[in-house]
Design a protein around this ligand. Structure first.
Ligand SMILES: C[S@@+](CC[C@H](N)C(=O)[O-])C[C@H]1O[C@@H](n2cnc3c(N)ncnc32)[C@H](O)[C@@H]1O
Length: 187
C-alpha cells in the first residue's frame, strides 16, 4: 500500500533546493516518436515540479501550462524559465481543484507524477475529459516491479499500469532505461 504524501513534504523537498532527474534525451525522443509534437499544439503538464519537462514540451512546440500543488515548485518553475516562450505555470491540486476552466489539450503529461495520484480512476476520467479529439496522455514512470523494495512506492504497480492503459484507441510504450518507461495513450 502506497502512503499518501502531503504537499508539505514536496514543498520542503523543493525548498531544500532539491529536484528530480533532469529530462533525459531518451524522453525527448520518446515524445517525438509517440506523440509527434509540432508547433500549435497545446499541453498540460500535471505534477510539473520545477518545470523541466514542461520546458521540454515548450521547446518541442507546444503551448504549455504546467501545474503542481507545491507552491514552492511553482515559484521555482516560474522564475527559472522566463526566457522560454509558450510556457506558464499554475499552482493547483490536480485531484481536488476544479479543471472546469481549463480548455482541452492535445497532450496531457505526467512525468514521475502519476504514481502519486491517489484516486487514479477519477484522475484518468479528468484527463480524458480534457483531451482534444485525437489527443494523448503521456506518462513517464518507473514500474514498481523494477524498483528496490525501499523505492517501490514511487513506481506504479502492474494493476495500475493495466488500469491506466485501458480504453484508449492506441497505447504506445518506449523503454527509457532499466527502470523508466514512457507511455503515450491516445483517445
Ligand atoms: C516526483 S515529482 C516530479 C516532478 C516533475 N514532474 C519532474 O519530473 O521533475 C512529483 C510531483 O507531483 C506533484 N503532485 C503530486 N500530487 C499532485 C496533485 N494532486 N496535484 C498537483 N501536483 C501533484 C508533487 O508536488 C511533485 O512536484
Amino acid at each position: 500500500m502506497r502512503e499518501a504524501l502531503d504537499v508539505s513534504v514536496w514543498d520542503a523537498y523543493y525548498a531544500d533546493g532539491r529536484h528530480f532527474r533532469p529530462v533525459m534525451d531518451e524522453e525527448r525522443e520518446a515524445l517525438r516518436r509517440m506523440a509527434a509534437p509540432r508547433p500549435g499544439l497545446s499541453a498540460l503538464d500535471v505534477g510539473c515540479g520545477t518545470g523541466g519537462f514542461a520546458k521540454c514540451l515548450a521547446e518541442e512546440g507546444y503551448s504549455v501550462l504546467g501545474v503542481d500543488y507545491s507552491e514552492k515548485a511553482i515559484e521555482i518553475a516560474q522564475s527559472s524559465f522566463t526566457e522560454t516562450s509558450g510556457l506558464r505555470f499554475m499552482c493547483l491540486n490536480a485531484e481536488s481543484d476544479e479543471w472546469e476552466t481549463f480548455e482541452s489539450y492535445d497532450l496531457i503529461s505526467a512525468r514521475l507524477a502519476y504514481a502519486f495520484i491517489e484516486q487514479k480512476q477519477e484522475f484518468l476520467k479528468r484527463v480524458r475529459d480534457h483531451l482534444s479529439p485525437g489527443g494523448s496522455f503521456h506518462v513517464m514512470t518507473p514500474l514498481a516491479e523494477s524498483l528496490p523494495e525501499s523505492r517501490k512506492s514511487v513506481g506504479i504497480t502492474a494493476d495500475e499500469l493495466e488500469e491506466m492503459c485501458q480504453g484508449w484507441s492506441s497505447v504506445q510504450e518506449y523503454a527509457l532505461d532499466a527502470q523508466h518507461t514512457a507511455y503515450t495513450l491516445t483517445v
